[in-house]
Write a protein that binds this ligand. Structure first.
Ligand SMILES: Cc1cc2nc3c(=O)[nH]c(=O)nc-3n(C[C@H](O)[C@H](O)[C@H](O)COP(=O)(O)OP(=O)(O)OC[C@H]3O[C@@H](n4cnc5c(N)ncnc54)[C@H](O)[C@@H]3O)c2cc1C
Length: 467
């Protein structure tokens, strides 16, 4: 395997990774940012392919315009970004990279994992029907390819992404039938949200106002119970929920749709931090298992930093501040800045992070999974889509004595398919906890193994020449 060396290697060219790179580079650190996407920006600032001609940039939305500023700064700073490259293995000083059928190692004095998050899958009857998507998936189709997933679209779940997406879909010409939101904020929660950062508040107000203007119902305290159809989704059974998100019998309604977006929040991408051996803890509000870190985003392993949604889902503004702090701390560790400069430069991001975290705690508290969320599955609801293992299969395995995810594996092969547990893993933590009468925090996630993402076997044989 060919190898090259840098001072700081960053995985992830989203807001966290790019903000970190800017700070580190300004301090004189030799830095490289690696991302599997073809263009930098991460999820929120996702760009269309370079070959697309953009006639009217305004139609790409506010997030794209905000992202442009960050991307312009990165270009001006001449930061080395290596796009289209998957990091498939890692130690605390080496990243194994792959592009198409080639593989090579990058060694570094420090590593920052800014790997973001992915949609939280929540199985329910009918969720494997064609036409049922995750909200993030539908948004990615729209943002990157300008493709609408359907015409009559229902959004269900919880959290701000569904509000954003409903606006984007309507703007792109879809009929948004309704947005079902599980959470119903109480008065004191609304008051706490109203004191949040203006940038987020004005976005939120704008999204809700636009729904009203377009006659799109935002139904708080409602959920999707079942997706129905023969070979494609044709209708959705929806119903009211109580404060624990349990369905209230007798409130069911059927509505005709051709597409359903499921958006139940995000789960941090922690494959690499777990592979490296960083300590993790369970925090439902941050999306599940997250790497522990100190105030300066350094993980339990010295010189391995984490930032952004991969260190706990908290949105792009938090990701930017965490990235800045991590980049500066890496520069300090690499002796590019002294204590005085470090304290001066981190004062503002640390202050802003404290403000943002207070707001996020309220927002995330509203959308953190509650008991009823996983009660809509029936015994024949598929949980592991790669291996087609159902809730009933898991129940039988637990009755035979399985008490952990690892013990479900031999009989059911759960987590061993193409998605490598990204789809079934978070649900199985909840399911095993419920079936064994324990808390999710006591159920360890699957142990990640390299390659953490699918790569061609040929890549392990061919070496990329070191530039
Ligand atoms: C699908 C989706 C849609 C979202 N849409 C919105 C929205 O519309 N509005 C909003 O406010 N927030 C949205 N969010 C949340 C918001 O994007 C995040 O809060 C913010 O982008 C976090 O920034 P980040 O830098 O931590 O991670 P991200 O922006 O997610 O960037 C992480 C990057 O790491 C790369 N990566 C991960 N693992 C590897 C690997 N092994 N090898 C190489 N590269 C890797 C990914 O390709 C990605 O580009 C969305 C999140 C998701 C998951």
């Amino acid at each position: 395997m060919t190898t090259r060396h840098v001072e700081l290697a960053i995985v992830g060219a989203g807001p966290a990774g790019l903000s970190a790179a800017l700070q580190a580079k300004a301090a004189g650190v030799n830095v490289v940012v690696i991302d599997e996407n073809e263009r930098p920006g991460g999820q929120i600032f996702r760009q269309p392919p370079a070959a697309f001609q953009i006639a009217d940039k305004n139609r790409l939305g506010r997030d794209f315009a905000r992202g442009r500023k960050l991307l312009d700064a990165v270009r001006e700073a001449e930061i080395c970004i290596e796009s289209g490259i998957t990091v498939w293995n890692a130690t605390s000083s080496t990243l194994s990279c792959c592009r198409t059928d080639r593989s090579w190692d990058i060694t570094s004095d420090a590593i920052l994992l800014a790997t973001g998050a992915y949609d939280r899958p929540v199985p329910l009857p009918g969720w494997t029907l064609p036409g049922v998507f995750t909200s993030g998936g539908v948004q990615t189709m729209l943002k990157s390819q300008r493709v609408l997933a359907g015409r009559r679209i229902l959004l269900a779940g919880t959290g701000p992404l569904n509000l954003v997406l409903a606006n984007q879909l309507a703007e792109a010409g879809a009929t948004v039938v309704a947005v079902l939101e599980l959470a119903r904020p109480r008065l004191h929660e609304l008051a706490a949200l109203a004191l949040g950062p203006w940038e987020l508040l004005s976005d939120g107000i704008g999204y809700v106002t636009n729904l009203v203007r377009r006659n799109i119902p935002l139904m708080r305290g409602w959920t999707l119970i079942e997706a129905r159809g023969s070979d494609h989704v044709e209708s959705a059974v929806i119903g009211r929920v109580d404060r624990d998100w349990r369905s209230i019998k007798g409130t069911e309604r059927v509505i005709e749709v051709d597409t359903i977006c499921l958006g139940y929040g995000l789960v941090p991408s922690t494959e690499l931090s777990r592979l490296i051996g960083c300590d993790h803890r369970y925090d439902a509000q941050l999306g599940g298992w997250v790497p522990t870190h100190d105030d300066y985003m350094e993980s339990s392993i010295p010189s391995v930093f984490v930032a952004g949604d991969g260190s706990g889902v908290a949105g792009s503004l938090v990701a930017i501040e965490e990235g800045r702090i991590a980049g500066l701390r890496a520069a300090w560790r690499l002796r590019k800045i002294d204590d005085v400069a470090f304290r001066r430069l981190t004062a503002a991001p640390l202050k802003r992070l404290r403000q943002l975290n207070r707001f996020r705690a309220v927002l995330d508290g509203l959308s953190a999974p509650r008991a009823g969320l996983f009660e809509r599955m029936t015994d024949d609801t598929v949980i592991c889509r790669c291996e087609e293992a159902s809730l009933g299969d898991c129940r039988q395995a637990v009755e035979r004595g399985a008490v952990s995810l690892t013990e479900l594996k031999p009989g059911l092969r759960v987590g061993m398919g193409m998605c490598q547990a990204r789809i079934c893993g978070p649900t199985l933590v909840e399911v095993v906890a419920r079936l064994t009468g324990r808390t999710p925090s006591s159920i360890m996630p699957f142990t990640p193994r390299p390659p953490v993402k699918p790569i061609p076997l040929a890549a392990l044989l061919k070496q990329e020449p070191v530039e």
